[in-house]
Design a protein around this ligand. Structure first.
Ligand code: TYD
Ligand code: MG
Length: 486
């Protein structure tokens, strides 16, 4: 048909075809597919992300050939390589906020020009914490630009009233368009920019909806660029859901300097600020808080908030374990419940505990200690909204399960510690002295511990003058632990 258009002139026809092919090659925008959960890229759509295993998380994105999505400073910024020995460190001093539960996880304070990501479920207290940081930071005569795409200026003001954080050095800007925010930042030159939240920001140049992985990634790239070029600290808030199936901040973790997760259960006061990544400090540090009427308060003695003081001797299925948050021990209560199952496949539900670990422990108990849970529904929960991440809590969970199965309550002042191997052996745990110290401080007197930690326990008793050994039962394997309580 095209030949007819050009009156059968073959030369014109061929030239036009060549031109069309050439144009389609140069103007063509690249299509790609990005997983909203982990940020993995694919050339074609797939139902399941082979990187993270998430279903239905891959969406299509158009990529522009030139990096026009990303903010480019108006200043001429041509850089040259420098000798390592010539690089000066003098202007990189940390700014301490004076809030120890935040300064410590930060590694001593905020480094100017760093980009910090604050992740957490909606409603957990991220905006509250950031406003408190903003208040502390602006009290040091530093200008802060607080950009919110989520709340109106009056809502922020109301929260500030509640937190008693009314400072002159904080500029509130209700804006979703990141280009406007970056323009304002270039004019105002604040020391800190707060983005609440990255899911509500967009760059008009990016062909994608607000909150999509492409928008989130390009917005963050622009913020990282302004932070590094103008030495502005950028605080980015990002929401993650329990399932992690929306474009969460996970995909940004490699772009920023520090990643914190604020965790906890909304129905409880206790909150924990976990460090996932820190280019300027240790990830072993964490901040512990309670949410009160006027904001988050740092706490020194978290065990008090997580332990009930009304546990009676007649309750079965509850065991206390000292878990480590970095170098700090926290006593938590693990509760278990088993009932005869009415379904073909018995239910296993774990809240605050790793589900897979629970399934492994049930299998070990079944095989090595001959305690059968295969026809029981099993429920496990950790009191106070704390999430147990340590295998050192294995023995306590196993004992809680046995205790509830045979309805034998353990004495309320009992502590159990130990990792359980697949062979049923009770393996030693790390930092046992710190854990024992906290337990003794909180008036716990009876201990069930791994035999391979005996040396450490003896040393602890001697150095602290605690006559611990009388009340300690050392167990070698799960069978011995079962015999002890049965
Ligand atoms: P918010 O910081 O808005 O959570 P996020 O930004 O993570 O979504 O706070 C969430 C909850 O905290 C809210 O339901 C009310 C509660 N809250 C307090 O209990 N005390 C306070 O001082 C403030 C400001 C909030
Ligand atoms: Mg918020």
């Amino acid at each position: 048909r095209k030949m007819e258009l050009y009156n059968g002139d073959e030369n014109i026809f061929i030239s036009i075809i060549i031109f069309e092919v050439f144009m389609s090659q140069t103007v063509k925008q690249k299509k790609k597919f990005i997983c909203a959960n982990c940020g993995a890229e694919y050339i074609s759509w797939m139902g399941k992300c082979s990187h993270c295993g998430e279903w239905n998380s891959i969406t299509e994105h158009i990529e522009h050939a030139s990096p026009k999505n990303v903010y480019i400073s108006s200043e001429a910024n041509i850089k040259h390589p420098k000798k390592l020995s010539d690089i000066q460190l003098n202007d990189r001093g940390r700014i301490s906020l004076g809030i120890s539960e935040i300064d410590r996880p930060l590694g001593g304070g905020i480094i100017p020009g760093s980009v910090i990501l604050w992740g957490g479920e909606p409603g957990i207290g991220k905006s509250t914490l950031i406003l408190q940081i903003c208040d502390a930071f602006s009290k040091k005569e530093k200008l802060v630009l607080y950009c919110s795409g989520e709340e109106s200026e009056t809502q922020i003001k109301l929260r500030a009233e509640r937190l008693n954080a009314n400072t002159d050095s904080c500029l509130v800007y209700g804006e979703n368009n990141l280009e406007n925010i970056l323009q304002q930042a270039e004019q105002i030159r604040p020391s800190m920019i707060i983005i609440d939240s990255i899911q509500t920001m967009y760059l008009p140049g990016v062909d994608s909806v607000m909150g999509s992985p492409a928008q989130i990634r390009d917005c963050t790239a622009s913020l990282v660029r302004i932070a590094k070029e103008q030495n502005i600290t950028v605080m980015i808030i990002g929401h993650v859901t329990k399932e992690g199936n929306i474009a969460g901040p996970r995909i940004l973790e490699h772009m920023v300097d520090v990643v914190f997760y604020l965790e906890g259960d909304r129905s409880y006061q206790f909150r924990i600020l976990r460090t996932v990544k820190n280019r300027f400090g240790s990830t072993a540090e964490s901040g512990l808080f309670v949410m009160e009427r006027n904001g988050l308060k740092g706490i020194e003695d978290p065990s008090k908030y997580l332990l009930r003081n009304d546990i009676d001797d007649k309750t079965s299925g509850s065991v206390i374990v000292p878990c480590m948050e970095g170098l700090r021990p926290i006593l938590v209560e693990i509760q278990a419940l088993t009932v005869h199952s009415m379904t073909a496949i018995p239910r296993r539900i774990a809240s605050g505990y790793d589900f897979n670990r629970l399934v492994i422990l049930l299998a070990v108990l079944e095989k090595k200690a001959k305690i059968h849970f295969s026809s029981d529904d099993v429920y496990v929960s950790v009191a106070g909204g704390y999430k147990v991440r340590e295998t050192a809590a294995d023995l306590s969970l196993a004992l809680a399960l046995i205790s509830v199965k045979y309805d034998i309550p353990l004495p309320t002042d009992t502590i159990a510690l130990g990792e359980i191997g697949l062979t049923g052996e009770v393996l030693p745990v790390s930092l046992i002295e710190n854990r024992l110290k906290e337990s003794v401080k909180m008036n716990f007197k009876k201990f069930i511990l791994p035999v391979r930690n005996k040396k450490d326990v003896v040393r602890f008793s001697e150095t602290h003058g605690v006559p611990l050994l009388k009340d300690v039962v050392f167990v070698k394997n799960i069978q011995e632990a079962v015999n002890y309580i049965k």
